[in-house]
Design a protein. Structure first.
Length: 180
């Protein structure tokens, strides 16, 4: 996948991205919302191995660029039955809270529905990540359930999450309505 809109690009991750991904994923300030306040403790070699296994049919990690500079990552996983699970992180804090997440997710969701023919997209977020919740709901995702104290982060703190889903039909209707 290679998507572009203005100065934003979403492209397949490559082996050459492993060092940057490693730096982001090992940074606890970036990964805390995902339950890893100490970072993942991964290596660039492990990331390169994972990237080499990516395929459009099963899962794919993508790099988000602004003006040609990596600022984050977005991915999908084929859950079967026409369902894709997605996740996004704008890792460069200087690019957060600027409305980029909404634009990037719109590009990505549209590609998953139109080019990859998924019928539903699912995701989850930490119950405390209200910024992400606003973006997801603005895009048409609906809450399916709240999972209270369903997992523990690296520090042993119980965390709750919210499951969201978006159907292709709802996305198409929303797209038609917003273009009218």
């Amino acid at each position: 996948m290679n998507l572009a809109k203005g100065n934003l690009t979403i492209r397949n991750a490559m082996n050459t991205d492993a060092e940057q991904l490693c730096a982001w994923w090992n940074d606890g300030t970036i990964m805390a919302h995902a339950g890893f306040p100490n970072g993942l403790g991964t290596t660039a070699d492990r990331i390169r191995t994972d990237i080499s296994k990516d395929s459009d049919e099963t899962m794919r990690l993508h790099i988000i660029e602004r003006d040609g500079k990596p600022i984050g990552e977005i991915h999908y996983r084929n859950k079967g039955g026409g369902i894709a699970e997605i996740g996004i992180k704008i890792c460069d804090v200087t690019h957060q809270e600027k409305g980029l997440g909404t634009t990037l997710l719109s590009m990505f969701i549209d590609a998953l529905f139109v080019y990859y023919s998924y019928e539903k997209i699912v995701l989850d977020t930490n119950v405390n990540n209200t910024r992400a919740q606003r973006v997801y709901e603005k895009l048409g995702f609906r809450q399916v359930r709240v999972n209270e104290n369903s997992w523990q982060d690296q520090l042993g703190q119980w965390q709750s999450s919210i499951d969201y889903e978006l159907d292709a039909t709802d996305w198409r209707l929303k797209s038609v309505a917003s273009s009218s």
